[in-house]
Design a protein around this ligand. Sequence first.
Ligand code: 13P
Length: 248
Amino acid sequence: MRRKLVAGNWKMHGSLAENEALLSGLLAGMGGVKAGVAVCVPFPYLAQAQARLTGSAVAWGAQNMSQQARGAFTGEVSASMLADFACAYVIVGHSERRALYGESDELVAEKYAAAQAAGMTPILCLGETLSEREGCITEAVVARQLDAVIAKCGVASLARAVVAYEPVWAIGTGVTASPNQAQVVHAFIRARVRALDAGVAAGLIIQYGGSVKANNAAELFGQPDIDGGLIGGASLNVEEFLAICRAG
Ligand code: 13P
C-alpha cells in the first residue's frame, strides 16, 4: 500500500517571520496526520527549514536546482548544495519553470538525474496546458514529459522519485481538475510505467497538484491512483494545509 505524500510548494512566498509562524503551526498540528508531509521552500530558507524541522515528521526540500554539478553558473544552486541542507525532496519540471524559464523535457531529465545522484528524491511535475487539453493531447504531452526521464534514467529510477500530475490550467486558478479527470490521467501515468515495470508502478507515488484546498482534498485523494498532493497557495495557510494533510 502506498503512503500518501502531501507536499507544500511555497513558490516565491515567505519571510523569516512568516515561515516561523507557518512551520511552528505545522509542527503543532501534525498529530493525527497519517500522510507523509513535506514543504518545498525558497533556497534562502532551507537553513531555517532544516533547523526547525530536523527530528520532526515534516520533511523539507527545494523547488528547483541546476543540472550542473558546479562551476561558473551565476545564480544557480546545485544538487550537492541542497543535500548540504539535508533536503529530502526537490521539485523538478514545475510548469512555471517549463513555461516561464524555458525548461525543456531534456533539461528536466538532467535535473532529475542530478537530484538522484545527490541522494534526493525528485518530485517530477507533469501536466498539460489548457490548449493541449482542448486539443485532446493531454496523454501525449504527459507521456512525452515522462518518457524523457525514463529515456535518460531508466524506469527503475522511478522507485526513487515522486511524480506530480499538475494540469497547468488548474494551477493557481481555483479551477481544480475533477477527481475523475485527475484519476484518468494518474491511471494513464501508472499504466505507462507498469508497461515497463509493474513493481515500480505499484509503488510509485503520483501526487495531484492544482488548486487543491481543504474542501476538495479528500475526494481527490480518495481516487485509486492519486497518492496525495502538491499544494501551492493553500500550503501557505497553516490550518488549510493541515486540513489537506489530514485528508491524506
Ligand atoms: P496551487 O495549489 O496554488 O494551484 O498551485 C499548485 C502548484 O503549482 C503546486 O506545485
